[in-house]
Design a protein around this ligand. Structure first.
Ligand code: GLU
Length: 280
């Protein structure tokens, strides 16, 4: 089987060290397998997007010599398709409209390790006064998958998340729907991404099965944390990585991934380091 991997940043701000480590991990995972590596910009949430972030992200990736093997996909161009698929699931009864507010769910839902479980309040409701979200029925959605790094992972969507949102009540597609559709659209066979997304994988597999899409192989690698053991992110104050940081940071990124790059390659164009690491 061929290998097509990807890095799929959301343009909520510039890349930081943690996102670069994720980009390089997925890039090397693809290169070591002799596969292709694609970049996808997950720009489906305008209220959370920073102006210019997509451009900055792409400039930084280019400075790190991380180039997509195919045209870069921008999710904002596929909005109609996400809506069409959500409407199909509504028509087939696999999804339904939900007008519950966060507060309704907090009152009626049970707390689970991944937040409040949606109790299914709107499953039988036919009249909605507020704007509605679209939820997929998670009936008996439990199973397991083999993660290349984390081993056997079990999930039980029904007991944890419950019926889950694929379209939000502000009219925007949810990450889960867009990510699953675009992994299939781009023929992604392998997903190498941070451990912070492991908890969403069962839900993605359920959605792939519901839509009759292929299920890629998954590898969730450790994420970079700060001194307080929080994942680096815009919210936890991670510093932006800029194009001019590429030569200095590339060896550090490899060290985060457990490699010990030779001194002779450090400080040179990162391309040499990736070529070295791909042959390990
Ligand atoms: N866009 C997501 C993020 O930036 C990652 C999506 C994925 O790798 O599945 O967190």
């Amino acid at each position: 089987m061929g290998y097509i991997g990807r890095f799929a940043p959301s343009p909520s701000g510039p890349l930081h060290l943690g996102s670069l480590v994720a980009a390089v991990a997925s890039y090397l995972h693809a290169r070591i397998a002799g596969g292709q590596w694609l970049i996808r910009i997950e720009d489906i949430d305008p209220p959370r997007e920073a102006p210019q972030a997509s451009r900055q992200i792409l400039e930084t990736l280019a400075a790190f010599e991380l180039h997509s093997d195919q045209d870069i996909l921008f999710q904002s161009r596929y909005f109609e398709n996400y809506l069409e698929i959500a409407n199909k699931l509504l028509a087939s009864g696999q999804a339904y409209r939900c007008s519950c507010s966060r507060q309704d769910i907090r009152h009626a839902g049970r707390v689970t390790p991944v937040g409040y479980r949606y109790p299914g309040t709107c499953r039988t409701r036919t009249i909605h006064e507020q704007p509605t979200a679209i939820r997929v029925r998670a009936n008996q959605a439990l199973g397991s998958f083999q993660d290349e790094l984390q081993g056997t992972c079990r999930y039980n969507i029904d007991a944890t998340t419950g019926d889950y949102v694929i379209f939000r009540n502000d009219g925007l597609p949810a990450y889960h729907l867009a990510v699953v559709l675009d992994d299939a659209r781009q023929g992604i066979t392998h997903i190498a991404r941070g451990y912070d997304l492991l908890a969403t994988t069962g839900l993605h597999i359920h959605l792939q099965q519901t839509l009759g899409l292929p299920i890629p192989k998954y590898a969730h690698f450790p994420v970079v944390v700060n001194a307080a053991k929080q994942k680096l992110s815009k919210r936890t104050g991670a510093k932006a990585v800029l194009p001019e940081d590429a030569r200095r940071l590339a060896p550090e990124i490899l060290r985060y991934l457990g490699a010990d790059p030779p001194k002779s390659l450090c400080g040179r164009n990162p391309y040499h380091l990736w070529a070295w690491a791909s042959k390990m």
